[in-house]
Design a protein around this ligand. Structure first.
Ligand SMILES: *[C@@H]1O[C@H](CO)[C@@H](O)[C@H](O)[C@H]1NC(C)=O
Ligand SMILES: *[C@@H]1O[C@H](CO)[C@@H](O)[C@H](O)[C@H]1NC(C)=O
Ligand SMILES: *[C@@H]1O[C@H](CO)[C@@H](O)[C@H](O)[C@H]1NC(C)=O
Ligand SMILES: *[C@@H]1O[C@H](CO)[C@@H](O)[C@H](O)[C@H]1NC(C)=O
Ligand SMILES: *[C@@H]1O[C@H](CO)[C@@H](O)[C@H](O)[C@H]1NC(C)=O
Ligand SMILES: *[C@@H]1O[C@H](CO)[C@@H](O)[C@H](O)[C@H]1NC(C)=O
Ligand SMILES: *[C@@H]1O[C@H](CO)[C@@H](O)[C@H](O)[C@H]1NC(C)=O
Length: 768
């Protein structure tokens, strides 16, 4: 509301009347959600962003923010470049809208791209192209983040990394981001104030890499205890992040109390009505099952209020709060009265401190539809007034819930693309569904959709699909995907080229055309998993399409060897092809063992191990695929070696064992140089040796259980405890490595490999 004070009061009054008239019929609280900084502040923040991106051209862009540009409450930007004037005038109804307009101009007039990784393509034409355009977003909100994204992608970031990413958010029009860094510092204070001892708090907080699941009550303590220096530093970081978000005119979403409490609550408040959470993913007693305070216990309101007061004191507020009480956890009772009570208590704890509070909830829980019948969902969703909940329909591209739940019974919702689980790296996307679903939902009669969003568990993979999705925030009809993917290649590489267009259309029509309901893509690719005979390739596309895309890129690279976006894509497609071939060798190894064919077993075993060596080298040749950076960033948070060692352990465990005893083994696997060489390869080496040993001795059959214990003890756990320093810069000459890898492995897509992969594909899509 700060902006209001800075513009003449009458204008401001008219402005809000207009918004409420158009968008606020049903949800006045939601309509009141507006940027909390003055337009001049927002304009300056975006002008600084331009300066960071293109310092030598910054003066050619004039950024303005004028809230009156929008008469509907929906963000609008206007772009104007007249002949004879060197400057491009960018006006937005908010800072975010201006940044989105600037990016629109970079993308569509200058054919540039700013993606997640450092390799942007920003070669602007000498004379900037003319333009005269105005675009209004069809919805109020463009949301970003899953509560897990912090854990899988951002947890080790420092301010430089955040700053770049916040720029990216603004450029893509994100006006509703989650701001979930640094809340443990506040919880620490709250628990202390309530009378908990430090030694009662320590077993509760998990290590940094596992905080999202600790916060959701899934488990406690694993990877901890959390050093106090972590809390102080992340608190400072969160303040920087919030300032920047608000300067851009974003509405950061802050945390609220969901009910989870340390076990010692039984000592501090003996009469508290708590429930022990059910075991999540087999976590054992020391780390599982925190307590949940019953929402109707008066202590719930007290703790909820204490925490929120602390949040607002430290962070200020924009009135939207997120908490998820039943993430992958069944409520203790299915009684609708109870569910109403839960919803009402959670909300009341918020409004007791902030009367304008809006509760944002991830609708992931409703995926569990055997518990969440329509009646039960309705009980929870209608327990608070309409418009005081904001629902994230979390994976709308594949399993929308808003249709089943009648547009959340009147609560506003956001159509979100989840796409990624665990930050795994396979090429994958549901382009057709993303392209059509949003527009279909907007046309649904009486729908309550108020925005679009992206909710990946991890980023830095499949950028193309996020670029496609985010454009839905500014368009009102589907695009021609063939054309769009062609243009994407032009923006990504900075030139129009038939080979590039062909490569990207081959990918569009294979990996990016996922549309199946019988298989779920969760990054569980054969080579990334603990060896076993049972593994099956996850493939829904013609394998040769990907190999042919590899061919096109291979032809293209020699002419543009130094183009970092092309290098990245070549490495990524190479990685994908090797991943496919790895699944083929696994099948051959299995077959040879079953037929007791020792020479075949040895031959295919050697091929697979060579494949790992080559995969690691090709990944090592590009700085976007290095485990060393993940470790470096983790260690950088430590104030001393002991802390850095703890963070490195967190970082290594999360991407491998995910828990003390491989509870969520390889869920967040990474096809990174370092992981391939020191984790996947030795695992498979042990597997192959065991099989050979069994055939040679002819005595005992391979035993999976024995192998599991052995591989845990000799490879997996040691990897998580290791401290080997890994490169943080690319190594090897890119083209030498890339060409050698391609030349050696491309011919391996022979008839038997392709037949095997095609059969697997046909099984998955139900043609066989
Ligand atoms: C953040 O980390 C990166 C990578 O290590 C480093 O280059 C940069 O200087 C760091 N920034 C700050 C503000 O410490
Ligand atoms: C604890 O909460 C549950 C759920 O609301 C309720 O059924 C139960 O009676 C409560 N127990 C006590 C001791 O208050
Ligand atoms: C996805 O597949 C279903 C079932 O085959 C089909 O009805 C639907 O049109 C497809 N969706 C898209 C976007 O291609
Ligand atoms: C939409 O809402 C109107 C007014 O409440 C109602 O008459 C109509 O039946 C609804 N349409 C659908 C398809 O639900
Ligand atoms: C999309 O564009 C391509 C190439 O421009 C064209 O061949 C194709 O017919 C278009 N598809 C549709 C559905 O319009
Ligand atoms: C390409 O990169 C290499 C290695 O970094 C460098 O030696 C070479 O000069 C660059 N070539 C061009 C054309 O920029
Ligand atoms: C790629 O490698 C192959 C095999 O080593 C070699 O014959 C060929 O000349 C190389 N091609 C280029 C363009 O460097």
């Amino acid at each position: 509301m700060g902006s209001c004070l800075k513009v003449p009061l009458l204008l401001c009054f008219i402005y809000y009347c207009l918004i409420i008239a158009v968008d606020g019929k049903e949800w006045p609280h939601l309509s009141k959600i507006q940027p909390s900084t003055a337009p001049v502040v927002q304009a300056a923040a975006v002008q600084d962003l331009v300066a960071r991106l293109i310092p030598e051209r910054q003066n050619e862009f004039q950024i303005h923010v004028d809230p009156l540009l929008s008469t509907t409450g929906r963000d609008t930007f206007r772009l104007l470049k007249k002949p004879g004037d060197a400057r491009v005038f960018v006006t937005g109804s908010s800072g975010v809208a201006a940044a989105a307009g600037f990016n629109f101009y970079l993308k569509y007039s200058c054919h540039s791209q700013i993606s997640w990784e450092a390799n942007s393509q920003l070669s602007l034409p000498q004379e900037l192209p003319q333009i005269d355009t105005e675009i209004t977003s069809p919805d109020r909100f463009r949301y970003y983040q899953n509560v897990c994204t912090l854990g899988y992608s951002f947890i080790w970031w420092n301010w430089s990394q955040w700053e770049r990413h916040l720029d990216w958010m603004a450029l893509n029009g994100i006006n509703l981001p989650l701001a979930f860094v640094g809340q443990e510092a506040l919880w620490q204070r709250v628990w202390k104030r309530l009378g908990f001892e430090q030694n009662e708090i320590n077993p509760y907080f998990s290590g940094p890499a596992f905080l999202p699941w600790n916060r959701m009550g899934n488990m406690r303590g694993w990877g901890g205890p959390l050093p106090s220096s972590w809390n102080e530093k992340s608190l400072a970081l969160q303040r920087q992040i919030l300032d920047r978000m608000r300067d851009f005119g974003m509405t950061p979403v802050l945390p609220a109390f969901a009910g989870f409490v340390p076990r010692a609550i039984a000592r501090v408040f003996p009469s508290a009505n708590v429930t022990k959470m059910t075991r999540w993913n087999n976590f054992q007693d020391g780390f599982c099952c925190p307590y949940m305070l019953q929402p109707d216990d008066p202590l719930f309101a007290k703790i909820g209020a204490l925490f929120l007061k602390e949040v607002i004191k430290e962070f200020g507020t924009n009135h939207i709060y997120n908490c998820d009480t039943f993430n992958e956890m069944e409520p203790t009772s299915g009684d609708e009265k109870y569910l109403v009570e839960v919803g009402y208590s959670t909300f009341s704890a918020m409004t007791s401190i902030d009367p304008d509070a809006i509760w944002m909830m991830q609708a992931w829980l409703f995926m569990h539809d055997s518990f969440w019948s329509k009646e039960r969902a309705k009980a929870l969703l209608t327990s608070v007034p309409t418009g005081r909940m904001l629902i994230l329909d979390l994976q709308s591209e594949l399993s929308e819930q808003f249709t089943r739940l009648d547009s959340y019974f009147g609560q506003p919702f956001i159509w979100c693309m989840l796409h990624n689980f665990g930050g795994t790296l396979g090429l994958y996307g549901a382009a057709q569904r993303v392209n059509q679903g949003v527009h279909k939902a907007r046309k649904m009669p009486n729908n309550t959709m108020v925005g679009v969003g992206i909710t990946p568990e991890g980023i830095n993979q499949n950028y193309v699909i996020y670029d496609l999705m985010l454009e839905n925030g500014w368009t009102s009809q589907p695009v021609n995907l063939t054309d769009w993917f062609g243009q994407y290649s032009k923006r990504r590489y900075g030139f129009e080229n038939e080979l590039a267009v062909k490569a990207w259309n081959l990918l569009l029509n294979s990996v990016y055309s996922f549309n199946l309901t019988n298989i779920k893509v969760r990054g569980k690719y054969v080579i990334c998993r603990r060896p076993s005979f049972k593994l099956k390739p996850i493939i829904w596309y013609q394998p040769l399409s990907v190999a042919k895309s590899w061919d096109s890129l291979y032809e293209l690279v020699p002419k543009h060897k130094n183009l970092s976006t092309l290098q990245h894509d070549f490495v990524d497609v190479t990685r994908q092809c090797l991943q496919l071939l790895g699944a083929f060798y696994h099948s051959q190894i299995t077959k040879a063992y079953r037929k007791k064919n020792l020479p075949d077993l040895r031959k295919n075993g050697e091929m697979l191990l060579e494949l790992f060596v080559d995969m690691d080298s090709v990944l090592a040749s590009n700085e976007d695929f290095l485990m060393g950076k993940w470790i470096r960033d983790a260690r950088s948070w430590g104030d001393n070696n002991k802390e850095s060692d703890l963070y490195e352990f967190n970082a290594r465990n999360q991407i491998t064992l995910w828990g003390p005893q491989a509870e969520i083994l390889d869920y967040a696997n990474k096809q990174w140089s370092g992981v391939v060489n020191y984790y996947y390869k030795p695992r498979w080496q042990l597997f192959i040796q065991s099989l050979i040993g069994s055939l040679v001795s002819g005595e005992s059959e391979f035993d999976q259980n024995t192998f599991n214990q052995q591989v845990f003890r000799s490879v997996e756990e040691p990897f998580t405890l290791d401290k080997k320093q890994l490169p943080i810069e690319s190594s090897g000459d890119f083209w030498t490595v890339a060409n050698a890898t391609y030349s050696k492995w491309r011919p391996r897509f022979d008839r038997s490999a392709v037949n095997f992969l095609t059969r697997a594909m046909k099984r998955n899509v139900g043609q066989e």
